[in-house]
Design a protein around this ligand. Structure first.
Ligand SMILES: C[S@@+](CC[C@H](N)C(=O)[O-])C[C@H]1O[C@@H](n2cnc3c(N)ncnc32)[C@H](O)[C@@H]1O
Length: 239
């Protein structure tokens, strides 16, 4: 999906690493990326010197993350795991990252709460949660029916991706169709992926994070953080 994935990894790690450094000091920190996917944030943060563990619901994604990390000489232990039931010891991490709109895959307040309570459990006291989501306040004001096309380079050549969004009556949930057009001989092949999201506003997410036992909740916008999405940070409340 990325025009230059390594450059994106470095840019995202610099932005998220800066937020971590400002709150916890130079580190290195023990970081769990609990929705690491193929490793965009996890590999970048590990390259920056942090001790990163990656987990994700998708076994294929974590296998790819491990392979991409190894290809770059980066140590990245990975596990396939649902963020609602994290299989890590209590207080094992200084930082939990859940980036690039992963939490909105959870569609009910019970699931969001289960995930956030679990992230809190695996954080040490005063540890840092770093969570990034789409700007759903703006999006919910407009309820767009699509996202604009983007061009990226794949093994097959230049690909075009775009999305169609189908909003539910509640105005908060939507089904997404992700189209990827890839070169195929003289023409194009179309790949379609489908998913569903809960377009949580900053207020909804702030309340859910506080409710799960975090404190010191704050938002950083892309203009000031350098990250491409709004980022929520919060500390695991002391007992
Ligand atoms: C947009 S991707 C972001 C991946 C990665 N952070 C990145 O930026 O490359 C969202 C990720 O959330 C993961 N995900 C969805 N539901 C999950 C769950 N319940 N537990 C853990 N991961 C989940 C998906 O498998 C996917 O890898």
């Amino acid at each position: 999906m990325f025009p230059d994935w390594d450059a994106s990894m470095a840019r995202q790690a610099e932005a998220l690493g800066g937020l971590v450094r400002a709150r916890l000091g130079a580190g290195p920190q023990r970081v769990l990326d609990c929705s690491c996917g193929i490793g965009t944030q996890a590999i970048g943060l590990a390259r920056a010197g942090h001790r990163v563990t990656g987990s994700d619901l998708s076994p294929a994604a974590v296998a790819r993350a491990a392979a991409e990390a190894a290809a770059r000489g980066v140590v990245l232990p990975v596990t396939a795991a649902d963020m609602r039931a994290l299989p890590f010891r209590t207080a094992a991490f200084d930082v939990v990252v859940c980036a690039d709109n992963s939490l909105p895959h959870l569609l009910t307040s019970d699931d969001v709460r289960a995930a956030l309570v679990g992230m809190r459990r695996v954080l040490r006291e005063d540890g840092l949660l770093v969570l990034s989501v789409r700007d759903y306040d703006g999006i919910r004001a407009a309820h767009p029916a699509s996202a604009p096309p983007q061009v990226s380079t794949t093994a097959e050549g230049r690909a075009i991706t775009f999305q169609l969004w189908h909003w539910h009556e509640d105005g908060e949930h939507y089904d997404l169709e992700h189209f990827q057009l890839v070169p195929d001989g003289d023409g194009w092949a179309v790949r379609v992926r489908r998913s569903a999201y809960w377009a949580l506003t900053r207020r909804q997410l702030t309340d859910a994070v506080l409710d799960a036992g975090f404190t010191d909740v704050g938002w950083r916008e892309p203009e000031s953080s350098g990250f491409f999405q709004p980022v929520l940070t919060a500390r695991r409340a002391r007992r």
